[in-house]
Design a binder for this molecule. Structure first.
Ligand code: TRP
Length: 340
């Protein structure tokens, strides 16, 4: 059976956190290890520049951090091609051809991009590159003929846009060069981890994240600060489980769910204090993230080796993307000199 092709990526705008892990990294590693995929994972530095053009240093710094996070969670360069977007120029050329197949109104209607434009307070100054990043993302995906794209739910509009481009391309140039991708989404209700403050989204800008790189003390401090039930004041008070961040995390990470059910019952009845509950959560998180943190620290000792790995991955990615680009140019007829 022919293997599926997996491609996904992250913008290097900071270190990755345990929300990224739950929503995407964990699943990616499982897919890698299933043996059913040829896997490509990209650090999307060009995409990160679309709204950080004046802060390239942030992106340079984050590149290594993200690579370390990848290796720490178990992405294995022997099994997955890990590469850097800007080092694969074919992606930019593909983007140019695809831009001619998309209209501006369609781009402006992309709901994820619309939300991001509001959040980023661009006002009337939306960078053109930002508006069109879904097209560049279609290039990222199709350059590798990926059919499986593991991403968060917010990326569905990007996949839809990519499929439209594939259909339009193949139809316009009368050749089935490009492959329609499908998103691979986290199971319902498991995709998004709230921040430690209870905010629905864990993010660097909200300052409510636990990072894969956090040391044991930092993680424990964050757990002890975590938002629970503000009405649960005394140990003997009955507390709420619904909307209680500690329980949301236990649902996501505890391997002993019978124990979690017991704790919930006890908490609701009264008699289980937040401190005790948080200590248990900390143990659960240590079991999952302690080994990841240790592996990360090992890799961090040799940044040159990590860069060499990215260089090698990027060289392979370049070859694969060049091949697709050749087919794309042939389909459009941009091969004037083939016989000269
Ligand atoms: N937009 C994605 C994110 O912010 C990153 C990304 C860039 C990506 N190119 C991609 C994801 C191609 C999947 C496929 O997380």
């Amino acid at each position: 059976m022919a293997k599926h092709i997996l491609l996904t990526g992250d913008r290097p705008t900071g270190k990755l956190h345990i929300g990224h892990y739950l929503g995407s990294l964990k699943n990616r590693v499982a897919m890698q290890n299933s043996g059913n995929y040829e896997s490509f994972v990209m650090i999307a530095d060009m995409q990160a520049l679309t709204d950080n053009a004046n802060d390239p240093e942030k992106i340079h710094d984050s590149l290594l951090q993200v690579a370390l996070d990848y290796l720490a969670v178990g992405l294995d360069p022997e099994k997955t091609t890990i590469f850097v977007q800007s080092q694969v120029p074919a992606l930019s050329e593909l983007t140019m051809y695809y831009l001619d197949l998309v209209n501006l109104g369609r781009l402006e209607r992309n709901p994820t991009v619309k939300t991001e434009i509001k959040q980023k307070n661009f006002g009337d100054s939306v960078p053109a590159g930002f508006l069109i990043y879904p097209v560049s993302q279609a290039a990222d995906i199709t350059a590798f003929k990926a059919d499986s794209v593991p991403v968060g739910d917010d990326q569905e509009p990007m996949l839809e846009q990519a499929r439209e481009i594939v259909r339009t391309f193949n139809h316009t140039y009368h050749k089935d060069v490009l492959v329609e991708p499908q998103g691979v989404f986290p199971p319902k209700g498991q995709g998004r981890l709230p921040g430690i403050d209870g905010n629905a989204k864990m993010s660097k800008s909200l300052g409510n994240a636990i990072y894969l790189s956090d040391d044991a003390d930092t993680m424990k401090k964050k757990v002890m600060q975590m938002y629970t039930d503000p009405g649960h004041i005394h140990v003997e008070d009955p507390g709420k489980v619904e909307g209680n961040t500690v329980f949301t995390y236990l649902d996501a990470f505890a391997t002993d769910q019978a124990k979690v059910a017991e704790l919930k019952a006890q908490y609701q009845q009264g008699g289980l204090g937040d401190v005790k509950l948080k200590r248990y959560l900390n143990d659960v998180l240590e079991a999952e993230f302690g080994p990841i943190r240790d592996r990360r620290a090992q890799y961090a000792k040799d940044p040159a080796a990590v860069l060499a790995m990215l260089k090698k991955g990027s060289a392979h990615a370049r070859e694969v993307a060049e091949q697709t680009l050749q087919e794309v140019r042939d389909a459009i007829g941009l091969n004037y000199f083939t016989h000269y």
